[in-house]
Design a binder for this molecule. Structure first.
Ligand code: IPE
Ligand code: IPE
Ligand code: MG
Length: 252
């Protein structure tokens, strides 16, 4: 049974009357506010991250139940290495734990796991779990979850330009072949359409280097709610608001 059908919390869904023919195809989320969530409770920041994983589990399940096609989740940015070593390694540990614990259920639910970002910088044990998750779910055709790890929009564009430069040097392409499509094809998830909706929790009105190229015409939705407190009701509210936006793409 679809979890949306028998959850009391989700009465709101009925009130909000989502239009199931106009769901966003791709939702991207900046999962921010874990640290503040914990600090507010006089707890170490890592407790916030741990509770953030619970929210993550819930949002992946809800997105899958709603038949959303693509979900891109900002988990670790190229700038997050600036944080204390202890916090970075706690995040790595959580990622391993999450993948180990959840991959079976994700696979059963037909979720396909992918990553964006330069994961070569991650330790061997993290890479190992990521590779298992990717290969186990590779043939699934339900919800596509892209986890952004050591991801930066600028870094992604730089790496794309390097690949294109290589093609030029080896005369596989000429300058005239460089267009938006070619650039897109050299980004980290070329088969994923641009996000329709970008959600940011934690109240900041900025991109923080997330999906710079892809967000050209994405609708933004920001909430003050910290990520560990983000529920399916918030997700449904965001989708509802999205459905009432007027996307013009520069036209009339
Ligand atoms: C987001 O929460 C999670 C990561 C960046 C890994 P933060 O850790 O940034 O939490 P705040 O913004 O400091 O509250
Ligand atoms: C963005 O949050 C990165 C992730 C959610 C992984 P940050 O907390 O790193 O962003 P800033 O520092 O507030 O811009
Ligand atoms: Mg933050």
């Amino acid at each position: 049974m679809n979890m949306l059908g028998n959850n009391n919390e989700l009465k709101k869904e009925g009130q909000l009357n989502l239009d199931y023919d106009k769901l966003p195809q791709h939702i991207a989320i900046i999962m921010d506010g874990n640290g503040r969530w914990a600090t507010m409770r006089n707890m170490p920041r890592t407790v916030g991250h741990r509770n953030g994983v619970k929210a993550l589990r819930n949002i992946i399940r809800t997105s899958s139940d709603l038949n959303i096609k693509y979900l891109t989740l900002y988990a670790f940015s190229t700038e997050n290495w600036k944080r204390p070593k202890s916090e970075v390694s706690a995040l790595m540990k959580l990622l391993i734990e999450y993948l180990r614990k959840e991959i079976g259920d994700l696979n059963k639910n037909n979720v396909k796991i992918n990553t964006i970002g330069d994961i070569t910088r991650f330790p061997e044990n993290v890479l190992h779990e990521i590779n298992i998750a990717k290969s186990l779910t590779n043939n699934n055709n339900g919800l596509n979850v892209n986890i952004a790890l050591n991801y930066g929009g600028r870094d992604e564009i730089v790496r794309a330009i390097k690949k294109i430069g290589q093609e030029l040097l080896t005369n596989n392409i000429t300058i005239n072949n460089i267009n938006e499509e070619l650039i897109n094809n050299n980004l980290d998830a070329p088969e994923t359409p641009d996000p329709d909706l970008l959600i940011r929790t934690g109240g900041e009105y900025r991109l923080s280097n997330f999906l710079l190229w892809q967000c050209a015409y994405t609708e933004f939705w920001v909430t003050d709610v910290y990520w560990p407190d983000f529920t399916e009701n918030h997700l449904i509210q965001a989708i509802y608001d999205f459905q009432n936006r007027n996307r013009r793409f520069g036209g009339l």
